[in-house]
Design a protein around this ligand. Structure first.
Ligand code: 2AM
Ligand code: CA
Length: 266
């Protein structure tokens, strides 16, 4: 059993509290599917409630740290060196439709470097955690390791599509086609943080998506790296995918191949 640090314990407590609230609300959402209006407003309230619970719990643990959160944005802390990056509900569309594939994502950044990451899927009760230089774990006790597969033809690769209003749909379709040609096991599950956790767990060999937000990827970046995986910016190897939101996560075995295939579509 790995020893859990005090910081990670605070994150786990916050995630478990938010999870209880989200699980209750997810039960309601399943009932609301039949109504004509749908559960849209109800889900945004659920999302905000979860964010508030996480905020309170993290604040109690570390009163001086700042925050970057999906719903309420940036809160400066009195200590400028530390910042929590939080997505209270990643995979919102799944949640809204009663599809049990969504999660909570919490990361800690210290002086601009990711030091702690947690991704929690409470429906499957799978918690993925990592601490910098301390490895990545599932359910707090089993070490995570990226997959050893090296053959694109036998790989499982996940992606996410850009939204019509903000994304380059043509580019996405070119990338999708190019990857599908060499790797038939393509998936699109709709929760970027979980996609990254699954790369870390060796379930997919790779995941790529563009225009994500920092809270979608912060925890996942650290978890993938600590599981022995590679993270890259899709267009500029010097840029930080946490800032640009264009991310490729992969095991070592297919990293250069998938990068080449994606680049060939530019
Ligand atoms: P969300 O559920 O928190 O909105 C789906 O492709 C994944 O992308 C989800 O993790 C979703 O997070 C995230 N996402 C967030 N903003 C997005 C955007 N503007 N366009 C596409 N996907 C976005
Ligand atoms: Ca998200």
């Amino acid at each position: 059993m790995a020893v859990t640090s005090p910081i990670l314990n605070v994150m786990i407590k916050a995630a478990e509290k938010a999870a209880r609230s989200l699980i209750r609300d997810f039960g309601e959402v399943e009932q609301l599917q039949v109504s004509q209006k749908g559960p849209g407003d109800f889900v945004s309230a659920a999302d905000k409630r979860a964010e508030e619970l996480i905020f309170e719990e993290l604040k109690k643990g570390q009163p001086t740290y700042g925050f970057l959160m999906e719903e309420s944005g940036e809160h400066a802390g009195s200590n400028p060196d530390f910042r929590w990056i939080v997505d209270p509900l990643d995979g919102t569309t799944n949640f809204l439709h009663g599809i049990p594939h969504w999660c909570i994502s919490i990361a800690l950044e210290a002086r601009g470097e990711l030091t702690h990451g947690l991704i929690y899927d409470p429906v499957k009760d799978e918690m993925f955690t990592a601490e910098k230089n301390g490895g990545a774990f599932i359910r707090r006790n089993k070490r995570l390791r990226v997959s050893g597969r090296q053959d694109m033809m036998r790989a499982t690769i996940a992606t996410g599509a850009p939204r019509r209003a903000t994304g380059d749909q043509e580019r996405f379709l070119r990338e999708y086609t190019a990857v599908l040609n060499v790797s038939p096991g393509l998936r699109r599950f709709g929760a970027a943080a979980l996609d990254l956790a699954y790369v870390a767990a060796g379930r997919y060999e790779a995941f790529w998506e563009r225009k994500l937000q920092p809270w979608d990827v912060a925890a996942g970046i650290l978890i993938v790296k600590e599981a022995g995986g590679f993270i890259a910016e899709l267009d500029d190897h010097k840029a930080n995918p946490l800032e640009t939101g264009n991310i490729l996560a992969s095991n070592e075995g297919i990293f250069s191949d998938i990068k080449k295939v994606l680049k060939s579509t530019a």
